[in-house]
Design a protein around this ligand. Structure first.
Ligand code: COA
Ligand code: AMP
Length: 635
C-alpha cells in the first residue's frame, strides 16, 4: 500500500490549524473548541485555549456511556506476584470514581498537586485518572529513584496529597517504598496533608497516625457505597500532570502537560502512527514513572477505547526470555512498544529467538521501539525473528508523543535501520549548526523543531518559566532546541546520534551525569570528579565516574569507590546503575579549566579521538586510557 504519510504531512504543513481542528473532533469537549491556536498565549502560543474538557471523562466515562462498559480497559499482568487481573471499562470507572471520592474527601481539588510514588500496579493508573477526574495535577515519580530525588520533587510540586504503596517488587528483591517515602517527606520542606498507602501482601508497612490512610479500607468503603465523583471541567490549557525529567543540573525539570492538546495528539497517534483500533490490545512495556508510561500505558490507549497492558515484570528473568511473547499471546497484543534495551536483553538470553516459536503471536502486527537509539543489529534481529515491521521512533518527555516515526496507520514507509523515521505532522524538524544556520542534508548538527510545538508539546516548566526559555527557546530563536544532535538525510529521515548536553541514556532511562557528579563531589575525600556515559552492549550506556582524591587522603581507592557507588545509589537511586568509579591522578582539562568529557567518553567507547588542541596536560588523557585498560573496560 502506498503510504498516506506524504500527503498527510503536506496537509498539516499547509494548514496546521485546520489539521488539529479536525483531529480535535475525536475528543469530547464540554465547552467546544473555539480558537484552535492562540499565538499570543504562553511562550509560543497555546492550543485549544478557552475550550473545556476532562481527560478522565475521555479515557473512561465516554466509553461506558457509549455502551462499551464491558470492553476490557486494563490488563494487569504481574509475573513477579503471579497475578493476572482484568478490568473492564465499567470496573475502571468504579475504581476511579471511588478513589476520586476518597481524594476529594481528603480535600484534593482542581489545581492541587498529587504525587504518585507507585510500582506497576493498577492503583497507579487509577490514581492518575482519579486526579484527572478532579482536575488535580498528578506527578508520578519513578520507583527506582531514591528518597532525596523524591524529596526534590515534593518540594518543587508542593503536593497536597501523596499516593504510594508499601513496596515494589523487582526480580532480585522487594523494594520497601514506605521508608523512602517517609524519609523524603522528612527531608522536604513542603509537607503533604496526607498519604494514601496501598498495602501489598509481599511487604506491608506501618502507617503514620494522623497522616497516612489505608487504600484498601478507604477506597473499598467508597466502592461498596457506590460513591461517584463528577468529572470536573478544566480548561484545555490547564495542567494534567507534571513529569520531572533530568536536566543538566541536579534539579530536575518539571515538564508540564496540558489536558486538551495532549488528548488530541495522543488520540491521533493511536490510529495514524500505531495503527491500532478501539477494542484491540496495546502494550507499552515501560513504567508509569516515565513519559512512555504516561502516554502509552495510561492515556492514549484508554482515550482510543483500547485495552492496555500494565506489566509488572522484566523482559528476562520473569521467568525467562519468552516473557514478552507470553504476554503478547495471552492478551492478543496487536502492538508492542518498548525500549531497544529490552530486546538486547532478550537477544542475549535467547540469541536464536527459539522461545518465540512457543507462542501464538498471530494477533501481533507491529513492534515499536523508542527511548534510546535503536542499533541496527537489534532492529535486524527483531525483524528477522518476529517477521513483522519494526518501527523506531523518536520522542522526549517534553513532547509526550513521537516527533519522528514511521506511521504504520498511514501506511509504513521503507524502514532505514538506525533512523527513527520521518517528522510527524506537527513537527518541522531542522538541523542547525551552533550559529543557528541550517546545515546541508547529511551533515551532523543540532536537531531543532520550528515553533510552535504541536498539541501536547510542553508549554513551560513547573515554577520555572525562565529556565524553560533559557534551556529550550533562547539558543535558536524561533525553534525548540531538542538537545539531540543528528542528521537528516536526502529522503528526510532523521538520525539521532547523541545528546548535546550531559544527559546519558541508561536502559532507556534519561539520566544526568551532572547530577551524579554533584553527589560524588559531596564526598569528603573528593577533590574533583567527572562522569561520562560509556557504550554498553545491553543498556546502551553506563555511567563511569573518574575521581581525584583531595591532598592528604590516604585511603584505599577501592574503599573510596565503594563509598561513591553507595552514595550515588543512596542519593539518586538504583536506576542510575552507577557501579564504577575510577581513581585518576588528575582530570584532563583544557587550559581554561574545562574537563574534556567528550574526549574521555570517546576513549571509554574505544572510538577515534583526537588530542584537543587546547589540552593543558596531554598525559592526563593517557592516564584515563590506562585506568580504563587496567579495569579491563577497554582493550
Ligand atoms: N523500583 C525500584 N527499583 C527499580 C525499579 C523500580 N520501579 N526499576 C528498576 N529498579 C532498579 C533495578 O532493580 C536495578 O537495581 P539493581 O542495581 O539492584 O539491580 C536498577 O534499578 C537498574 O534497573 P534497570 O536499568 O532497569 O536494570 P535491570 O537490570 O533491572 O533490567 C532491563 C535491565 C534491560 C531488563 C530493563 O532496563 C528493562 O526492562 N528495560 C525495558 C525498557 C524500559 O523500561 N524503558 C523505559 C523507557 S521506555
Ligand atoms: P525521555 O525524555 O526520557 O523520553 O528521553 C528523551 C531522549 O531519549 C531523547 O532526547 C533522545 O536523546 C533519546 N531518544 C528517545 N528516543 C530515541 C530514538 N528512537 N533514537 C535515539 N534516541 C532516542
Amino acid at each position: 500500500m502506498t503510504s498516506l504519510y506524504p500527503e498527510t504531512y503536506a496537509r498539516w504543513k499547509r494548514d496546521p490549524t485546520a489539521f488539529w481542528d479536525e483531529a480535535a473532533e475525536a475528543i469530547d469537549w464540554f465547552q467546544p473548541v473555539g480558537k484552535v491556536f492562540d499565538p499570543d498565549m504562553g511562550a509560543y502560543g497555546r492550543w485549544f485555549a478557552g475550550a473545556t474538557c476532562n481527560t478522565c471523562f475521555n479515557c473512561v466515562d465516554r466509553h461506558v456511556e457509549a455502551g462499551h462498559g464491558a470492553r476490557t480497559a486494563l490488563i494487569y499482568d504481574s509475573p513477579v506476584t503471579g497475578t493476572v487481573a482484568t478490568f473492564a471499562y465499567d470496573d475502571l470507572l468504579a475504581q476511579v470514581n471511588a478513589l476520586a471520592h476518597v481524594l476529594r474527601t481528603q480535600g484534593v481539588g482542581k489545581g492541587d498537586r498529587v504525587i504518585i510514588y507507585m510500582p506497576m500496579v493498577p492503583e497507579a493508573i487509577f490514581a492518575m485518572l482519579a486526579c484527572a477526574r478532579l482536575g488535580a495535577i498528578h506527578s508520578v515519580v519513578f520507583g527506582g529513584f531514591a528518597a532525596r530525588e523524591l524529596a526534590t520533587r515534593i518540594d518543587d510540586a508542593a503536593p497536597k496529597f501523596i499516593v504510594s504503596a508499601s513496596c515494589g517488587i523487582e526480580t532480585s528483591r522487594v523494594v520497601a517504598y514506605k521508608p523512602l517515602l517517609d524519609e523524603a517527606i522528612a527531608m522536604a520542606s513542603a509537607k503533604p496533608e496526607g498519604c494514601l498507602i496501598l498495602q501489598r501482601d509481599r511487604l506491608t508497612c506501618d502507617l503514620v497516625p494522623g497522616r497516612d490512610i489505608d487504600y484498601a479500607e478507604t477506597v473499598g468503603a467508597a466502592l461498596a457505597s457506590g460513591a461517584t465523583t463528577e468529572c470536573v471541567p478544566v480548561l484545555a490549557t490547564d495542567p494534567l500532570y507534571i513529569l520531572y525529567t533530568s536536566g543538566t543540573t541536579g534539579q530536575p525539570k518539571g515538564v508540564v502537560r496540558d489536558n486538551g492538546g495532549h488528548m488530541v495528539a495522543l488520540k491521533w497517534t493511536m490510529e495514524h502512527h500505531y495503527d491500532v483500533r478501539p477494542g484491540e490490545t496495546f502494550w507499552a512495556a515501560s513504567d508509569v514513572g516515565w513519559v512512555v508510561g504516561h502516554s502509552y500505558i495510561c492515556y492514549a490507549p484508554l482515550l482510543h477505547g483500547c485495552a492496555t497492558v500494565l506489566y509488572e515484570g522484566k523482559p528476562v528473568g520473569t521467568p525467562d526470555a519468552g516473557a514478552f511473547w507470553r504476554v503478547i499471546a495471552d492478551h492478543k497484543v496487536v502492538a508492542l512498544f518498548t525500549a531497544p534495551t529490552a530486546f538486547r536483553a532478550i537477544k542475549k538470553e535467547d540469541p536464536s529467538g527459539a522461545l518465540i516459536g512457543d507462542y501464538d503471536l498471530s494477533a501481533f502486527r507491529t513492534l515499536f521501539l523508542a527511548g534510546e537509539r535503536s542499533d541496527p543489529a537489534t532492529i535486524t534481529w527483531a525483524q528477522a525473528n518476529l517477521d513483522r515491521p519494526v518501527v523506531d521512533h523518536w520522542w522526549q518527555t517534553e513532547t509526550g508523543w513521537p516527533m519522528s516515526g514511521n506511521p504504520a496507520g498511514l501506511g509504513l514507509l521503507p524502514v532505514k535501520p538506525g533512523s527513527p523515521g520521518v517528522p510527524m505532522p506537527g513537527y518541522e524538524i531542522d538541523v542547525l549548526d551552533d550559529a543557528g544556520h541550517a546545515v546541508p542534508r547529511g551533515t551532523l548538527g543540532n536537531i531543532v523543531c520550528k515553533l510552535p510545538l504541536p498539541p501536547s508539546g510542553f508549554p513551560t516548566l513547573w515554577n520555572a518559566e525562565a529556565r524553560f526559555r533559557q534551556a529550550y527557546l533562547d539558543e535558536f530563536p524561533g525553534y525548540y532546541a531538542t538537545s539531540d544532535a543528528g542528521i537528516m538525510d536526502e529522503d528526510g529521515y532523521v538520525f539521532i546520534m547523541a545528546r548535546t548536553d550531559d544527559i546519558i541514556n541508561v536502559a532507556g532511562h534519561r539520566l544526568s551525569t551532572g547530577a551524579m557528579e554533584e553527589v560524588i563531589a559531596s564526598h569528603a575525600d573528593i577533590a574533583e570528579c567527572a562522569v561520562v556515559g560509556m557504550a554498553d552492549t545491553l543498556k546502551g550506556q553506563l555511567p563511569i565516574g573518574f575521581f581525584v582524591t583531595s591532598a592528604g587522603v590516604d585511603r584505599s581507592e577501592a574503599e573510596v569507590e565503594r563509598e561513591l557507588v553507595a552514595l550515588v545509589r543512596e542519593k539518586i537511586g538504583p536506576v542510575a546503575a552507577f557501579k564504577t568509579a575510577i581513581a585518576v591522578p588528575s582530570l584532563p582539562k583544557t587550559r581554561s579549566g574545562k574537563v574534556v568529557r567528550g574526549t574521555m567518553q570517546k576513549i571509554a567507547d574505544g572510538t577515534d579521538w583526537q588530542m584537543p588542541a587546547t589540552i593543558d596536560d596531554p598525559s592526563s588523557l593517557d592516564d584515563i586510557a590506562a585506568a580504563l585498560k587496567a579495569r579491563g573496560l577497554i582493550g
